[in-house]
Design a protein around this ligand. Structure first.
Ligand SMILES: [Zn+2]
Length: 138
């Protein structure tokens, strides 16, 4: 297939985990409570695997690979007290940043894929609130 820089594909995989946490010193969130978190991983790229000569899959990267990487992250947090397994204050912001760099590192080192970018990680804390983390060029 012909490709051009004007074309971009974006993939998104999502999963959930249930965790408890508390935010020390916070008026409401200082008490231990729980959330169902949703994590969304956004991957972008301009060329499919077949375009870079890897195979004829017609994919940017197999969803299965992304789900495996996500699963390795979620097992760290699921049914845990985040304050015990996370080195920083477990806000949505800190979780999103940590998950972004974790997923980026694993995807880059495991799959050696220069053609795709980890564009964004979104952490939903419950149904109504989320934090996005991504890198900007500036
Ligand atoms: Zn909370």
């Amino acid at each position: 297939m012909d490709w051009s820089d004007a074309m971009t594909y974006e993939l998104r995989v999502t999963d959930t985990f249930d965790s408890a946490h508390f935010l020390p010193g916070h008026e409401k969130c200082g008490k231990m409570h729980g959330h169902t978190y949703r994590i969304e991983l956004f991957i972008t790229g301009k060329r499919l695997l077949e375009d870079v000569g890897e195979n004829k899959s017609c994919m940017l990267i197999d969803f299965k690979r992304l789900k495996e990487v996500m699963a390795s992250l979620i097992t760290k947090f699921d049914h845990q007290v985040l304050n015990e397994v996370f080195d920083d204050v477990p806000t949505a912001e800190n979780l999103a940043r940590y998950c972004y760099y974790y997923l980026k590192k694993v995807i880059e080192t495991k799959y050696h894929m220069k053609e795709i970018q980890v564009a964004r990680v979104r952490i939903w804390e419950g149904l109504n609130s989320y934090c996005d983390f991504y890198e900007t060029n500036t």
